[in-house]
Design a protein around this ligand. Structure first.
Ligand code: TYD
Ligand code: MG
Length: 449
């Protein structure tokens, strides 16, 4: 039998054990590496550990897992199709981004499964007030204000709710450990207890986690290794939209994103995200081009804005928002070398509209078109989407997900596509006119009029 006797401190770097906390590890010399852990001792009277019989993998093909679909499709998709029973998920995000709101809305969708919302941060009154604001039928949702892990696990065992939300993991603590709630040792111990409980009972648990300044989940990444799914809820400054991203998913892809808008009655799913990132223009403007990017399984149209102005006598600047500055510099170099354009004495500003971040080489051509358009003060062809990766030699390269990109462009009423060779097979997409060109120079000649 395993019995807990006392806690020990273990160096996270080398595994050195000590009965008291040490600032510096005498073994590896690391500073601040000691974390408290409960020490488990083998009871001397226990019989010798019995061997288990290993199971041949071929015989244990699991049946496809039944997922709990919330019906909030932006959430379900990021989760890989829904919540897997017995899974543990961490949702991280800055304070105020809307984690508690999303979790309460999630509970409401599973009201018939008697979900349990454990809050260590807010009072039940605050929870009720939020439910009222969200116009949630809170019947069926159970609340608990508790911070001790032992009480929480006992409650879950007894009531076996269909879903448990812990808001937040940093507020939990075990009286077995001396360290403060929120410390690495506490977070890890409490999360470990919950992971074991979820696996044993099949109750899915979602842990809300705060993100530290460095952008990491508190408890330096320890949580990420322990749980099945890690999702991140992000917001951009003053914009109302929120993006849900999967960072780790044992049951699905990590490419998917979910887009929500924070309204007066909680989070609303954004079904047509392209509309959010395209500004409404009545006539073509200079320095603006539209890119079609891929986020997970979906295409998204985004507007790229460039401003190229003379830098006078000072050092010229290259400033990119929502786009990698190094990639911008590379594209400027390609434009200079292969198209003979001179950006040397210009300040270049690049912005992705709506505060969106692009990390897709398929947007290269649109970026180049916006830059040339601003430099030459000539607009980009109206109702046109530019797609393609630009190589150092000035060639245009195909990118993945072409069909989805074109479908999205067609859906939003765009008429022309300029893209790399191999486009003939896509020209049947709706009413789109597709220009397939192999060199950046040809593409820019078509795009910038
Ligand atoms: P909250 O879910 O408490 O964020 P977190 O748990 O991530 O800290 O939401 C915080 C913000 O959202 C808060 O500033 C108020 C705002 N909000 C709305 O705009 N509309 C709503 O319907 C709700 C419930 C909150
Ligand atoms: Mg909260």
């Amino acid at each position: 039998m395993l019995m807990k006797t006392r806690s020990v401190f273990v160096c996270q770097e080398c595994g050195h054990r000590s009965l008291k906390w040490l600032g510096k590890c005498p073994s590896c010399g690391g500073w601040g590496t000691f974390v408290e852990e409960p020490e488990l001792n083998q009871d001397s009277s226990s019989p010798q550990t019995k061997a288990y019989e290993p199971v041949p993998l071929a015989e244990s093909v699991p049946s496809s897992v039944e997922r709990l679909r919330s019906g909030i499709s932006e959430f379900d998709r990021v989760m890989g199709g829904g919540i897997v029973p017995g899974s543990v998920t961490v949702i991280g995000g800055d304070p105020g981004v809307g984690k508690s709101t999303l979790m309460l809305q999630l509970c409401a969708r599973f009201a018939e499964k008697k979900p349990l919302y454990v809050t260590g941060e807010e009072s039940l009154e605050q929870l009720r007030y939020r439910a009222k604001r969200l116009e949630i039928e809170s019947q069926g949702i159970f609340g608990l204000t508790e911070q001790t892990i032992e009480h929480i696990t006992a409650t879950i065992e007894q009531y076996t709710p269909g879903l448990v939300v812990i808001d937040s993991i940093q507020t939990l603590y075990s009286s077995e450990l001396e360290s403060l709630p929120g410390s690495i040792g506490q977070v890890r111990y409490c999360a470990d207890q919950l992971v074991r409980l979820a696996k044993r009972t099949g109750v899915p648990i979602v842990l809300v986690g705060h993100v530290t300044k460095e952008g990491m989940l508190a408890g330096p990444k320890v949580l990420e290794h322990m749980v099945d799914v890690v999702i991140q809820f992000e917001g951009e400054g003053n914009y109302a939209y929120r993006i849900l991203r999967a960072i780790k998913n044992r049951y699905g892809s990590t490419n998917e994103i979910g887009i929500f808008e924070m309204g007066t009655k909680g989070l609303v799913e954004v079904r047509n995200p392209s509309a959010l990132f395209l500004t409404t223009r009545t006539r073509p403007e200079t320095g603006v081009a539209v890119a079609a990017t891929i986020e997970g399984s979906r295409a998204l149209l985004v507007e790229i804005q460039a401003l190229v102005v003379s830098s006078g006598y000072g050092m010229s600047q290259r400033v990119a928002t929502g786009f990698d500055t190094k990639r911008l510099q590379m594209l400027l170099a390609v434009l200079e070398r292969h198209l003979g354009l001179d950006f040397l004495h210009c300040d270049v500003f690049l912005n992705v509209a709506g505060g969106f971040r692009i990390d897709d080489p398929g947007a290269d051509l649109a970026v180049c078109a916006a830059l040339v358009s601003s430099l030459q003060n000539r607009p980009v062809m109206d109702r046109t989407v530019a797609i393609g990766e630009v190589s150092l030699t000035g060639e245009l390269r195909q990118v993945a997900g072409m069909e989805q990109r074109l479908k999205e462009a067609s859906k939003l009423g765009f008429e022309t596509i300029v893209m790399p060779p191999g486009g003939s097979q896509w020209s049947a997409q709706g009413e789109l006119v597709v220009h397939s060109v192999s060199h950046l120079g040809e593409a820019i000649a078509l795009l910038v009029q």
